[in-house]
Ligand binder design. Structure first.
Ligand SMILES: *Cc1c(COP(=O)(O)O)cnc(C)c1O
Length: 241
């Protein structure tokens, strides 16, 4: 195949994938008593070339997610980001916080009070408020970062006091499960946490976003209450590192 035809084929794959995923999202939204537009559809663009990200944006994607600070900053100037939000979704090291604050619309992966405090500090320095989600290690896995379920509520209270930060919800990646029933237990557990904490009406806490669901599990995630799905390989194909 010539390079041109390879790219054209990938362009039409992206368009097709976005359309079919949008339909699945809409169906799951309605099934769970909500409207299709109640669910944020994020395209996860890590390792994806800018021309393909721009294609997804042309096809209507309004939210993109990267998981590395450097990659986000490198690609940003080459993207047509008019009307598109960009969120950081990967683990953030404290020493990279100053580079990313002000460069993204939301940091979804706040996984410690230490990083939350640094985000607050750098935001105040720049005269802005950074929207964040707290990441919950719902399966209490050693391989993942995030707040343990038992410490989430207390961490929300503590983070809410940090100047320069606005808590907008929770984010989570459940353990790999061999059946949907197990998976849904995790999704339901975090959904309940999201609702319970939201009901407390804590100052400076807006529990509006529940970010869960990826390529392999976004439908059950939505059925269990997610309103923000992060989808990569199902749009762009397998990642080549
Ligand atoms: C890569 C990534 C995704 C998307 O994963 P896919 O399985 O390719 O959809 C979602 N969330 C986070 C935090 C990621 O790092």
């Amino acid at each position: 195949m010539t390079e041109k035809s390879w790219i054209d084929e990938k362009f039409s794959d992206i368009e097709y994938n976005l359309k079919s995923i949008s339909e699945e999202i809409a169906l799951a939204a309605v099934k769970s008593g909500r409207k299709p537009e109640d669910i944020d559809f994020m395209a996860v663009t890590k390792t994806v070339d800018e021309m393909f990200i721009n294609r997804a944006i042309e096809c209507g994607i309004k939210l993109i997610g990267e998981n590395k600070v450097q990659e986000m900053l490198r690609k940003k100037p080459n993207l047509n980001l008019d009307g598109v939000s960009k969120n950081l979704i990967g683990h953030l090291q404290t020493n990279k916080v100053s580079q990313i604050v002000g460069e993204v619309d939301m940091i979804e992966s706040v996984d410690s009070l230490k990083v939350a405090r640094e985000i607050g500090k750098q935001s105040v320095k720049k005269g802005l408020v950074t929207d964040v989600l707290l990441e919950v290690n719902i399966g209490e896995e050693d391989s993942k970062t995030g707040f343990m379920p038992s410490e989430v509520e207390e961490s929300v209270y503590q983070t809410a006091q940090i100047q320069g930060i606005r808590i907008c919800g929770l984010m989570s990646i459940p353990p790999i499960c061999d059946d949907n029933a197990k998976l849904c237990k995790f999704f339901e557990k975090i959904y309940n946490m999201y609702v319970d904490i939201g009901a407390k009406k804590i100052d400076n806490v807006y529990m509006n976003i529940l970010s869960m669901g990826m390529s392999g599990d976004f439908v059950p995630a939505i059925l269990c209450g997610s309103n923000h799905v992060r989808i990569g390989s199902k749009i762009f194909g397998p990642r080549i590192y």
